[in-house]
Design a protein around this ligand. Structure first.
Ligand code: THU
Length: 295
């Protein structure tokens, strides 16, 4: 998802990268078929106070404000209104423009302290909340509120920021692998694979298999996920979920070896045709050769 940033208060770059991850996860969770965009303004309490007073008649500062451009039919959200979204397509942005979000940087830091979590998590939460409003969710009635909270939780969970700080569940990890599979590039084998790799710090990296007309250059889903993770600074992994259809997608020999480099004890979960199976990597690669042998 494209986020157009406007910033009058400086923030740590890590804040914005987790917010971008939240936005990408939100677009995926909502099932948006086209690229979407939003304008995000990070500002002071004084500025958000002025905006709140001018546009909503509320004379105080707040944490987040959202101004959707699309008005969705009663009870519907963006994912169910793809045709309506096309009407908000912006040629310059090359994306469907969904609206504006304003976030107070002072509130990000104050609320993170209050709730005892990181400013990154608070920033990702506030952006997620704003985006859900741009997608047409609201929290006026109890049923709507439950639906919105569920969506927010699933977005935050998929970026390793679940509210309770708890680990991503196996079912959520398997679902992320199934979702990654949709992005498989496999025009030669037609065997689409998705993977979701859970890091010890709670982050999840997804990957799909990416084939090549020069067949030997194909990259498996598991290695795509692992290489993405390592290049983003992750190095400890607790579980990997792999999804396919037709047969159980146990990792190939090359992927077992590459996983063994970083996580010899990792749990490997596979899912196919609605079935699930699990084995530790140590069982899939007995007597594995790894860094320990070179010391
Ligand atoms: N594949 C994976 O993505 N992971 C594995 O562990 C086994 C194989 C992919 C590679 C190729 O695109 C297709 O499945 C058929 O070999």
């Amino acid at each position: 998802m494209k986020l157009e940033w406007e910033q009058s208060v400086a923030v740590d770059p890590g804040l914005r990268s987790l917010m971008q991850a939240a936005a990408d996860a939100a677009a995926l969770r909502e099932g948006l078929q086209r690229e979407a965009a939003a304008h995000v303004r990070l500002c002071s309490d004084k500025e958000i106070h002025e905006i709140n007073a001018a546009y909503r008649g509320v004379d105080r500062a707040t944490d987040v404000l959202s101004f959707p451009t699309v008005s969705y039919p009663e009870g519907k959200t963006a994912g169910q209104c793809q045709a309506l979204l096309r009407e908000s397509y912006d040629d310059e942005l090359n994306a469907c423009f969904l609206g504006d979000i304003v976030i107070s940087v002072e509130h990000i830091y104050a609320q993170a302290r209050e709730y005892g979590h990181s400013p990154e998590r608070e920033a990702a939460y506030l952006l997620t909340h704003g985006l859900c409003h741009l997608f047409g969710y609201d929290h006026m009635e109890d049923a709507d509120k439950t639906r919105m909270r569920k969506m927010e939780e699933s977005i935050l969970e998929s970026i390793g920021q679940a509210r309770d700080g708890g680990a991503v569940s196996d079912e959520a990890l398997l679902e992320l692998a199934r979702e990654a599979r949709k992005r498989s590039y496999s025009p030669y084998s037609h065997y689409a694979v998705g993977a979701a790799l859970l890091c010890a710090d709670g982050r999840v990296f997804q990957g799909c298999n990416i084939e090549n007309a020069s067949f030997g250059l194909t990259n498996c889903a598991e290695r795509t996920a692992l290489f993405k993770a390592v290049s983003e600074g992750a190095s400890e992994f607790t579980a990997v979920a792999i999804a396919s259809e037709g047969s159980a997608p146990w990792p190939c020999g090359a992927c077992r070896q590459v996983l063994n480099e970083f996580a010899p004890g990792i749990r490997v979960l596979v899912t196919w045709n609605g079935q699930v199976a699990e084995a530790p990597l140590s069982e899939l690669l007995p007597h594995g050769f790894g860094p320990k042998d070179l010391q």
